[in-house]
Design a protein around this ligand. Structure first.
Ligand SMILES: Cc1ncc(COP(=O)(O)O)c(C=O)c1O
Length: 347
């Protein structure tokens, strides 16, 4: 079959769906079962989540990542309370105000280095806050693992923030849109990453699924709210077995691990090739499947002809983000580097 769409490095959602996931759709596509999650496919998928996150956890399958973040927060705080997050957090800058609109809460973006923040930045913000009835009360710390800059919190860093949150009576939310990439890069299991989290937005779509994400609730005190919040929040699928089927394929034969390992490895290859070209500078360490590089602004237009990508345009120098996927091949990267090298030599 002719591939009508050239390989793009704009995002990990530019990719298609992994064939094992498509096969699982066909596999569960027979007979009639009760909707809304009361079916054997869903039961099996939820058991896989319980194995991955521990028996005390409970998982709710959803359609998308913005929905996961919004519903996670909806169950964690009230409208007079606030979420402390990175000033680059997806939920702060890329969700069209969905958390503010649907939760009604305030989001406080604290300054980050490489997309990460820690106790120091939280304390600095709290020190400027007068407290009292005139101010939103901080209730949730939200971290992205991996971050929007492709960086990772180590298990020690997560523990530090988690312990701080518990001492201060705050809850911890993890945005895990790329949690598989993070787990593979750190060489840990999902459960290790979620140890200090109260609620986790678990991503699947960016790592080979069609459209499936999940909320993993780890704090038993919050649990009773989520079945209702999901339905009220319009994220309860009626033909639920097809959301569940995607996760069955994901956990079968470690598909999540294979996909993330490939995407991460291709990002390292891409970064190696790009930084060998004069004029290109790496902006962040490449820890998952995101590559941020600085290059002359004069190259931008030609680069955008090779692949669409996010770009932050400066007068002389610009920054771009390139993203590899579960299905990016060595050949895709090498061809891109060769074409990019040629355009660089022309300027
Ligand atoms: C860190 C992070 N969180 C959440 C999301 C939201 O995912 P969706 O586009 O499915 O709403 C994204 C998507 O780009 C993301 O990068």
């Amino acid at each position: 079959m002719v591939n009508r769409y050239p390989h793009q490095l704009v995002s990990d959602n530019a990719s298609g769906v992994h064939p094992e996931v498509l096969a699982k759709f066909a596999n569960v596509n027979h007979g009639h079962v009760t909707g809304y999650g009361a079916d054997p496919v869903t039961r099996e998928a939820l058991e896989r989540f319980a194995s991955a996150f521990g028996k005390h956890s409970e998982t709710f399958l959803l359609f998308n990542g913005t929905g996961a973040n919004v519903l996670a927060l909806k169950g964690m705080l009230q409208s007079h309370e606030a979420v402390i997050c990175s000033d680059q957090a997806h939920l702060l800058v890329d969700e069209c105000g969905a958390p503010e609109h649907f939760v009604g809460c305030k989001l406080i973006g604290v300054p980050t280095r490489g997309g990460k923040f820690g106790v120091e930045q939280i304390e600095a913000w709290l020190a400027t806050d007068g407290g009292g009835v005139h101010h939103n009360q901080p209730r949730v710390i939200s971290l992205a693992q991996a971050t929007e800059r492709g960086t990772l919190y180590s298990l020690d860093e997560l523990r530090g923030i988690g312990e701080y949150a518990r001492e201060r009576g705050l809850l911890l939310h993890l945005d895990g849109a790329r949690i598989a990439n993070a787990a593979v890069a750190l060489g840990v299991e999902f459960e290790d990453l979620a140890e200090w989290a109260d609620v986790l937005s678990f991503g699947g779509t960016k790592n080979g699924l069609m459209m499936a994400e999940a909320l993993v609730v780890l704090n038993p005190e919050l649990l009773h709210r989520y079945p209702y919040i999901r339905k009220q929040g319009m994220q309860l699928a009626s033909k639920h077995r097809f959301l569940a089927a995607q996760f069955l394929a994901y956990f079968d034969n470690d598909l999540w691990r294979r996909n993330a390992a490939n995407a991460n490895a291709m990002a390292r290859r891409l970064a190696g090739g790009l930084t060998a070209i004069d004029g290109v500078r790496l902006c962040e360490p490449v820890e998952i499947n995101l590559v941020f590089v600085q290059l002359p602004t004069a190259w931008l237009e030609a680069l955008q002809c090779l692949t669409p990508c996010l770009a932050w345009r400066g007068e002389q120098q610009s920054e771009v983000r390139l993203v590899t996927s579960f299905d990016t091949t060595v050949d895709d990267i090498d061809r891109f580097i060769a074409a990019f090298g040629e355009l660089a030599s022309r300027h």
